[in-house]
Design a binder for this molecule. Structure first.
Ligand SMILES: Cc1cc2nc3c(=O)[nH]c(=O)nc-3n(C[C@H](O)[C@H](O)[C@H](O)COP(=O)(O)OP(=O)(O)OC[C@H]3O[C@@H](n4cnc5c(N)ncnc54)[C@H](O)[C@@H]3O)c2cc1C
Length: 335
């Protein structure tokens, strides 16, 4: 295990924020992960785990040990038409989607082109184009710091919901995901309920998982800025979920506000619409700004600090709250 000092974290976060890690280590085995945990415990260092760095904001330098989870490996168990795939946490998510399609294992096609690692996928129950990780997840394996051992968390115990899970709550920072197990199918069952996906499918063809994946990848490439050129973390704000009564009042005034029904009568609102209507789409505040095509994507145009990014986010939250009475919640984890 090679623990480095004062490591530049800019290449490790897709927002391109300048920050340094006091200590930094890449772990590619369970033994190295345990060693890194012991090292940080013995020196009373704070631990920060990162995968692809596509869903975090570094407010400043990290006083502690940054542990880059880089465990690799994919295994498969066949049971009839089902394929149970166990994927190590450090595998790249998008590469996994492409690999599964090439093997004829279906179920991940709508989740193509999402940056980051497989291990982080359960943390916010990644979702796109009508599919969430919850649709295919069987269980999550990880190192429980409190128990000092590996353990398995079943799907029901993961408490997955919209951009949320037990790993953001009770198990935050104490459960390090080492692998996830997914249930995929050799017979495709396409999920085409998402209107923008249906509309973008090529005309006069019966869609296959490969066509769905190509279509989603194309829409995403057209819609979302490439973080390698315009550093970002995807959606910066969650779509707010409000009560039926709140929604009734808001929609009476703004009937054009895009919204979706949720369980228990609650209503999810389009954060992008709220930000756009508050006048922020395409606007810049110094080195950071809101993308001109995507009101929900903050772009770090000139290697600004995490503080500058968060100042822009606060200004947007204040405007949206003043205009609509809605509190926007930041999606990425802030360190
Ligand atoms: C252009 C772009 C588009 C995106 N589109 C989508 C989308 O469509 N849908 C969606 O849901 N998300 C989307 N995202 C967000 C992001 O890609 C996902 O949340 C992804 O799962 C983050 O993976 P990561 O490895 O980069 O996580 P990181 O940013 O490295 O980490 C995120 C959080 O997870 C924790 N973590 C990471 N790995 C582990 C581990 N092994 N064990 C325990 N904790 C861990 C970290 O400590 C941190 O708190 C997008 C991001 C970008 C930049």
């Amino acid at each position: 295990m090679d623990i480095k000092r004062h490591v530049d974290l800019q290449p490790y976060n897709t927002l391109g924020v300048r920050a340094k890690a006091d200590y930094f280590v890449e772990v590619s085995s369970l033994e190295e992960l345990c060693e890194a945990i012991q090292f940080s415990s013995s020196r009373r260092l704070r631990r920060v785990f990162i995968g692809g760095g596509s869903n975090l904001v570094l407010r400043g330098d990290v006083q502690g040990l940054v542990i880059h989870v880089a465990l690799l490996g994919i295994s498969c168990e066949a049971l009839g038409d089902e394929r149970f795939i166990t994927v190590a946490a450090g595998e790249n998510w998008d590469a996994l989607v492409k690999y599964s399609l090439a093997q004829g294992w279906y179920g991940l096609e709508n989740l193509i082109s999402i940056p980051g690692s497989a291990g982080a996928a359960p943390i916010q129950n990644i979702g796109a184009y009508g599919v969430e990780l919850a649709n295919v997840l069987v269980s999550v394996t990880g190192w429980d710091v409190a128990l000092n051992s590996l353990r398995n968390v079943s799907l029901s115990d993961c408490h997955l919901s919209y951009r949320d899970s037990v790993f953001k709550g009770a198990l935050r920072d104490t459960f390090i995901i080492t692998a996830i197990t997914l249930r995929l199918q050799t017979s495709p069952a396409l999920e085409l309920s998402y209107p923008a996906l249906r509309e973008a499918l090529p005309a006069n063809c019966s869609p296959t998982p490969e066509i769905v994946a190509e279509t989603v990848a194309r829409i995403r490439a057209e819609k979302l800025p490439d973080f390698r050129l315009e550093p970002n973390v995807g959606s910066f704000f969650k779509n707010p979920i409000i009560t039926a009564n709140q929604a009734k009042a808001l929609l009476a005034e703004y009937s054009e506000l895009p919204h979706w029904s949720m369980p228990e009568g609650r209503v999810k609102l389009a954060a992008a619409w709220l930000v756009d209507q508050a006048g922020w789409k395409g606007r810049r505040l110094g080195a950071v700004g809101i993308h001109p095509r995507q009101a929900i994507v903050l772009v770090n145009y000139e290697a600004a600090s995490g503080g500058e990014v968060l100042a822009l986010a606060s200004a947007i939250q204040a405007d949206v709250s003043a205009r609509f009475g809605i509190g926007l919640e930041i999606e990425p984890r802030i360190y």
